[in-house]
Design a protein around this ligand. Sequence first.
Ligand code: GAP
Length: 456
Amino acid sequence: MTKEENKMEKIVSLAKRRGFVFPGSEIYGGFAGTYDWGPMGAALRKNIVDKWIHAMQSHDNIALIETSIFTAPEVWEASGHATGFSDPLVICNNCQRTFRADHLLEERGIVADEKMSEQELNTLFDTVRDTVICPVCNKKDFGQIVQKNLMATATLGKLSDEDKDVYLRAETAQSTYINYKNVLDTGMYKVPFGIAQVGKVFRNEISPRQFLFRKREFEQMEMQYFVAPEDAAAAFEKWKKERMDFYEEIGIRPDMVRYTQHDNLVFYAKDAWDIEYHFPFGWAELEGVHNRGDYDLTQHQTHSGVDLSVLDQDTHKKYIPHVIETAVGVDRMVLAVLADAYDEDQMGEGTRVVLRLKAEIAPVKVAVFPLMRNKPELVEKAREIYTELKKTIPHVMFDDNGNVGKRYRRQDEIGTPWCVTVDFDTLEDNTVTVRDRDTGEQKRIALTDLIMALGY
Ligand code: GAP
């Protein structure tokens, strides 16, 4: 196992051990592509989402909406997802395993265009078919490529076989587009403006993998910015910069993220750049910034028959706004944050595991300990301080389990920036020990200065 694979395993193990992420349906043997948030994970996830919403709402022309997971099937027919949102799959005739054909081609330096038909893909694959080795059984025996649609379906309210299945949304973007006119009609926004949305999406991923990286049910944070066509290029550059800045704000090391431009565009995009993170398994897409042109609004205008144009106040001509999209998965962002924060160092006796999370997103900001749990006067004072801190600081934890050294280790593993210990001196002079997660340095602080010393 390489050092990096080992790191991934350690992150998965820490996530389970400390209550960040549990495998979905674990007591029934698991359910592929699903994971559940534990108490620390739910808090970390929420802090990240709050940062994203805050970043969006720092603009006075960005609206926040929340829409349904179920939408009329026509939405996905209009957007092109019902027919065009698919992965090219190919089966190994020997071991019967299924693979992404575009990935097998990529390994040979051949880029399969996203817009290629099944037939075009097979013609391309034919040029190397006899030489492609199955990654599982090492045989060279691949069948024909088949395009597999990624939309997940449900039989909501279905009474007969003739009734249509409904789609579970595969991106939040479409439910934003179909509400764009409603937001405009409130009279509170006019082009240029954005609509931000956080919500669950579903994809029939054939090979969910790499922990939180590729799931079947995940959450997206997407923002659609509606702009006049002539302003789209400038808005695109502005959002590219702003989204990269966000990663520094949540504490990601700048050398661990980079931009890469797509040379192979999906059906809706005019230009697309990925913010990639250097995950333990290599550089991979974390967030997409897309110039979607007027594709989506035009499609919905045509299919719904509703006029989605706006009036240019200067020229008095109608036009369909262009859309700049920023799109990122919460789950993937949590994985990047965990991978970036995970560290091991020497402290005291032996190696410790520490999550160097930025305080703003740490699930627990401060832990309060009585030095000994069997001394009622210490426990009572610690409880008093804990209750007082909770009035100002979100996510304070009371911990009296095991010796103080063990409590430090536990808090280091969940990334708690500060631990406050109440000892016998506290009872005399109203001071406590505040220990810094990253340096292990301990300072004596007066209770009257404590909240300020913790940065609040
Ligand atoms: N609206 C555009 C859109 O959905 P995408 O590149 O398919 O574009 C956007 O998805 C983001 O959603 C990705 O950059 C990634 O962060 C996240 N994402 C996509 N598929 C995912 C999956 N199967 N599991 C977890 N996150 C995923």
